[in-house]
Design a protein around this ligand. Sequence first.
Ligand code: FMN
Length: 189
Amino acid sequence: MKRVIVGLSGASGVVYGIRLLEVLKGIAEVETHLIVSKGAEITLRLETETSLAAVRALADVVHEHGNLAASISSGSFRACGMVVVPCSMKSLAQIALSLGDNLLSRAADVTLKERRKLVLVPRESPLHLGHLRHMTAVTEMGAIILPPAPSFYHGPQTIMDLVDQTLGKVLDQFEIEHHLFRRWGGDAA
Ligand SMILES: Cc1cc2nc3c(=O)[nH]c(=O)nc-3n(C[C@H](O)[C@H](O)[C@H](O)COP(=O)(O)O)c2cc1C
């Protein structure tokens, strides 16, 4: 069983987080632990017709953003890693500075300190030097910055093809099998 912590923060593109939860729900050997920030609740309302309750129902376990006593707040709770998707510049900064003042940044900090996989899918454009410095800092600490920057040689037809291509790259980081995009050179290892 792979436990994956999924953090949804308030950058545009909450659809990435929803779709990731949908995909992971279909994989029996993955247990998802979800944190939804207040910012993500707002983008969910503005960008989708999906209710918060429906998003929460996609996860195996839901943790409140303010609950610093949650299981995933401790390194003794076993998880294979965490993905923040989409990752706002605020959540990125909180992680870069190890603030740990909400469960999303605390769980990310724990993931880093335990040397587990932390994948951040940042969404902002253009980027100023502060954003870039935070990305450098988290990369130096072991996180993976995985921007939603799809390739076009897969021949995407729909927006969801673009979303799936990025999420396939996320799942690759956790070595979770998927068919979200066709691999260059075929699917064989
Ligand atoms: C519709 C909407 C779109 C936003 N898009 C972005 C974005 O793409 N990137 C970003 O860093 N912040 C974006 N924000 C701002 C964040 O939601 C805001 O900074 C929030 O405080 C982030 O907090 P959180 O990381 O705890 O969710 C957006 C806000 C709204 C309402």
